[in-house]
Design a protein around this ligand. Sequence first.
Ligand SMILES: [Zn+2]
Length: 505
Amino acid sequence: MAEQLGRLSAQPGNIVPKPPDNLLALINQRIAPTQPLTDEQVYVACMYLVSDQVNSFGGKFPTDEHDRIAALLIDSPVIVGHRKDQLPIGRTFHAELVERDGRNWVKSSFYWLRSVAGAEDLKDNIEGGVYKECSIAFTYSLPECSICGHDIRICEHEPFQEYTTSSGPSQCHFNYRQIERVLESSLVYRGAVPDTLVTRETENQAVDATPPEKLTILDHLSRLDPDRLYVVVPRYDSLPVVAGCSGGSLSVRRFDGVSLGARIIEQLCDKQLENFASRPALLVGYHGKERCRLSDLERYLANQSGPVSRLVLALYPDTRNGVRVQKRRGSLRGLRTLPYRISSGAELHLIVPQIASRSGVEIWPFEAKPLFDTGFAFSGKSVRERRPKTYRFNSNPKTGQARLTIRSADTTSIYIVSDFDRNLLNRGARFVADLQTDVHEPEYSPHALSGLVNSLEVADTSMRLSLSGPLGGDYIIRPITIGGQSRFLFSRLLSPQEKREVSHV
Ligand SMILES: [Zn+2]
C-alpha cells in the first residue's frame, strides 16, 4: 500500500522564556549545535500536537502509537504557515506523553535562537495568541478500520457511520498505523493569512539568478529510494517561472527575475484572485489543444507572433497546503495546477504511466521545492503505452457529498455527487452529480477509494464505466436537465442477481 500523508491541527502551548537546565541539556544533547547553547540564547515553546481524539478526517492516533510519534518528533523542523520553502524557524528537541482535559496528548517542545531576525516577533506572536494553532505532517502506511481492523480503504466501512458490533453500536474511525516519519510541525494563524504577510513574503523573496537546471535525468525508476515519497508531474516543453499573487493580482517572473508584462498576465487571468505566496510554475504555450515548443512560446512572449494561440500557467502542487487556486469571481482562463500524483519510490512504476506526457515526467522528492531544489526527469517512453485509466472516489458522510475523479491519458473529469449514500448506490439508486469544470486536484484524502477503469464507453451521451478495485462494478453517468441546468445522474448498474436481491428487501 502507498504511504499516506497526514496533517492534523492542534494547539500550541505555553512559551518558556528561560528554559530550565534540564531542557537546555536536552537541546545540547539531542540537537548537538556546534557550540553548546545557554539559556540566554534560546526561547522554548511547546505544542500539544497529537491527541487520541478522532479528527475531522475520521482518523485517530491510538494511544499505543503516541510513543512512536514522540520519538519521531525529535529533531524535526518547526515551520510557520506551512511555508516549507523557507528555512525552519525552530527545531523540536523533546516530546512527552501528557494528559490534558481528560485526553492523552503528545506534547512537543521546540526552541529557536534569540539572536536571529524575527525571534522576538515569533515569541510575541505565540504569547499574543496570533499563532493559535499548530499542525503536524507525517506519513503512515495503514489506515486501520476501527470496526474490522482491516485497511479502511478496502473494507466496507466508512468513517463516521454507525455500525453494530459485538460490544454494541460503534461509530467507525480509522487508526493511524505504521507511522513512518514526522515531516514537520507548523505554527499557523487562526483563519485566513492576512494579505500583508503574503505581500511581505513576496517582496522579500530573493531572486534566484540562475536558470533552474535542477533536473537529473533518470534512466531507471528503481534508482530512487523505494521508501521515500515523491511528487510526480508531467513534463512539458515550457518556461519555468515563479508566480505569486498579492493584492488580488497575479505576478509572474522568470528565474532571471524579469517579470512578464501586463499584456501576458491579462491573458492568464484578468480577475481578482485569493493571494498566494510565490510558487514555482510552468508557462506553457498552446495552439488549440496542442502544446507548442518552448522556442515558439518565447517568440510569442517577445512579439505575440508564431503558432501559440493561448497560454497556460501551471502551478506546481503545493502538497502541504492543498493545491487549489481560489478565484474570487470570473474565470481563471489560463491558470491551473499541474496534474500530479504522490507516490512512494516503490510504486513509481505504477504511477508514472498515469501522468506522463510525451516527454515523460518530473519527479520531485516530497519535501523539495520544485525548480529550486533537485528533482528528476524520466522519459517514461517505455511505460506510456501502458498508461491505464484510473478512478478515485472520496465521500464525506458529514456533508453527504462525494467526488468521483476519472483520469485518462490527457483529461481529468471530476463529478461532484450530492446526497450520496453508499448503501443506496449499491441498491441501484440514482444521484444527481455535477461535472466540475474548475481544474484542480482533489485533496489527498487517506480514505479515498481508487482503482482502475476497465472500460469507458460513451453511447447516446451516457457514459458507462466498468471499475475494478474497491468501487468495483459498472456505473452509468448520463446528462439530465434540472430546472434549466445541465447536470448528471450517477448510478450503479445492478446485475440481474442484484436486482432480484434488491426487490426482495
Ligand atoms: Zn472495516
